[in-house]
Design a protein around this ligand. Structure first.
Ligand code: AKG
Length: 217
């Protein structure tokens, strides 16, 4: 495992997942994604001055725990489009969060409340944004990455945009002083599938889970 600290309070753990771990996580997520009511779907996005009925930039989207609604940027205990309760956050994922925080980003009383799952296909992207829809805006965001390498843009301490490559089988954490940094996704690179992903993902596909605490304690 390689530990990279691109800026204060932002850490990337490369080669965090072994290939068999990647297979485990991908299988679990793909199973949940197949559920016709709570699984992957392509939600509408909040209208803007250019588009009256835009769609979320990632075509395969779901949430575990609280549902972040791309149409109004708010969190819900149900999926507003169909009234279903999202899948819960698996215990094994909650435990992984506690473990990595203990080892790499000590944060007492962390409470994983929502997981956004983005399954990027070759035509998906994610523009620059700040994760600011949570009442709790210091507790870390934990990102699990599988599949293809992407270019990740992030804001440094001086407000300048920087970028680096984030490969599959890595995990990132940003919180505290980095919690409200702007970030977004550039290219997803061809022929970079990480080991263990090849059973589930195709070239230029990437699966990302971001875990968040939504409410202040
Ligand atoms: O795919 C990623 O690594 C970033 C996802 C993201 O920016 C978000 O869910 O807010």
């Amino acid at each position: 495992m390689k530990i990279i600290r691109p800026r204060e309070d932002f850490v990337i753990l490369e080669n965090f997942f072994e290939p068999e771990d990647a297979r485990f996580w991908l299988k679990l997520i793909q199973q949940k994604g197949r559920d016709s009511l709570r699984g992957f779907h392509h939600p509408p996005l909040r209208p803007n001055r250019f588009h009256k009925a835009p769609k979320y930039p990632v075509k395969k989207y779901m949430c575990l725990g609280l549902y972040w609604n791309p149409e109004d940027y708010m969190y819900y205990p149900i999926i507003p489009e169909n009234g279903e309760k999202p899948h819960s956050i698996p215990k094994v994922l909650r435990e992984l969060c506690f473990e990595v925080l203990r080892d790499f980003f000590p944060w007492p009383d962390y409470s994983p409340e929502s997981v956004i799952v983005n399954m990027y296909t070759k035509d998906s992207s994610m523009g620059l944004h700040v994760d600011k829809d949570e009442d709790e805006d210091l507790a870390p965001v934990i990102g699990l990455n599988f599949g293809s390498t992407c270019r990740f843009f992030y804001e440094d301490e001086a407000g300048e945009m920087k970028d680096l490559k984030i490969p599959g089988n890595s995990l990132y954490i940003f919180g505290n002083k980095a919690r409200l940094m702007r970030h977004g996704l550039g290219s997803i690179y061809a022929k970079t599938l990480s080991e263990g992903s090849e059973y589930f993902l195709e070239d230029k596909e990437r699966l990302n889970l971001t875990v968040r605490q939504v409410f202040k304690k």
